[in-house]
Design a protein around this ligand. Structure first.
Ligand SMILES: O=C(O)CCC(=O)C(=O)O
Ligand SMILES: [Fe+2]
Length: 250
């Protein structure tokens, strides 16, 4: 194996997605999230072959509960599909592995914002709470964008039960497989104009980002900074992403 592959998931072909998520430097990632409201993993959580395999699920309609035509809903242009339960591997494992890592950050943010933190220790317990509350439908999605496609700035809220952080994983090689298609975030500032940021998703890396609000330091302590996310227009090629939201949908 070439030494240049040392930092990629390919170095550990047998490592499970959970081990890769656990190997992340979580204090550094949490610091990035605190500073910017989003942060990329330092290493891939999926190998290139796993990325291709997940992207290929798109052509197996039986794995999905519904397909959304973004133009029809005026969400942008392109398509995405909601996985049906049982969600396939490695999607299930990644969702379960990220949840306990994001939980301390979610609780910390809620404490700063003086908001309730209703999230139990495991994803299974939290999903049971969602299901009891009428949010029974799975929210992991697979997105496919072709040239000219884009995703309007939005928030993935599906009911009263909300987990405040989510994950998107890039499945293609930016620059090779597609151009354009940057992940976008905006932060609405109180009594001021909106701030924007963009991130190019390296293949297999996960971007953790704010679902609704991030804590922003204010004169009186902390206030909620409303955030939205979307994707800029893909100029050429095809872009796939895996989106992991931790609350289920009504
Ligand atoms: O395709 C992307 O990069 C973002 C998709 C999205 O809106 C999400 O994962 O919630
Ligand atoms: Fe989204």
């Amino acid at each position: 194996m070439k030494t240049t592959a040392m930092t990629t998931a390919a170095t550990h072909p047998t490592a499970a997605p959970r081990e890769r998520v656990d190997a992340e430097e979580w204090p550094a990632l949490a610091a990035g999230l605190d500073a910017h409201g989003s942060a990329l993993t330092s290493r891939p959580v999926l190998s290139p072959a796993e990325c291709r395999a997940v992207a290929a699920f798109y052509d197996e309609p039986g794995r999905f509960r519904s397909t959304v035509d973004m133009a029809r809903h005026r969400f942008g242009s392109g398509q995405y599909r909601y996985f049906a339960y049982p969600v396939p591997e490695p999607v299930r494992a990644l969702r379960a592995a990220f949840y306990p890592r994001l939980l301390p950050i979610a609780r910390d943010w809620a404490a700063r914002l003086r908001q309730p933190a209703p999230w139990p220790d495991s994803l299974d317990e939290w999903l049971a709470m969602c299901h009891d509350g009428g949010q029974t439908r799975p929210t992991p999605i697979l997105l496919r964008y072709g040239a000219g496609d884009w995703n309007a700035l939005h928030r993935d809220l599906y009911g009263d039960l909300v987990f405040p952080l989510q994950v998107v994983i890039g499945l293609d090689v930016p620059g090779d497989d597609y151009s354009g298609g940057e992940f976008l975030m905006t932060e609405q500032r109180p009594r001021a104009q909106t701030r924007g940021s963009s991130t190019t998703l390296p293949q297999g890396h996960a971007l953790v980002f704010t679902t609704r609000d991030r804590p922003v330091r204010s004169a009186r302590g902390w206030s909620a900074g409303p955030m939205r996310h979307g994707v800029s227009t893909v100029r050429d090629g095809r872009r796939h992403t895996l989106g992991l939201v931790f609350h289920d949908a009504a």
